[in-house]
Design a protein around this ligand. Structure first.
Ligand SMILES: [Zn+2]
Length: 70
């Protein structure tokens, strides 16, 4: 029996979007959802930190990222 919805389901929805969130590819509503979730969820914040670190490493290895057009 599952009397309460598992918080994991929210994480499952958030984590696949984290890299897009960091690339600012999400629309504003989705970005707000990710941001709101990160503010309450240590797990996803840890995942975001790891992603951030990996991306930093990747960019230090070579100019892989294309120039950003704003
Ligand atoms: Zn989470």
């Amino acid at each position: 029996m599952t009397p309460e919805p598992s918080p994991m389901s929210a994480c499952d929805g958030i984590q696949p979007r984290l890299s897009e969130y960091m690339d600012r590819q999400l629309d504003r509503i989705q970005a707000d959802q990710v941001q709101a979730h990160l503010s309450v969820c240590d797990t996803c914040r840890g995942v975001a930190d790891d992603l951030d670190r990996l991306r930093g490493l990747a960019s230090s290895l070579g100019p892989i990222t294309p120039p950003a057009h704003i």
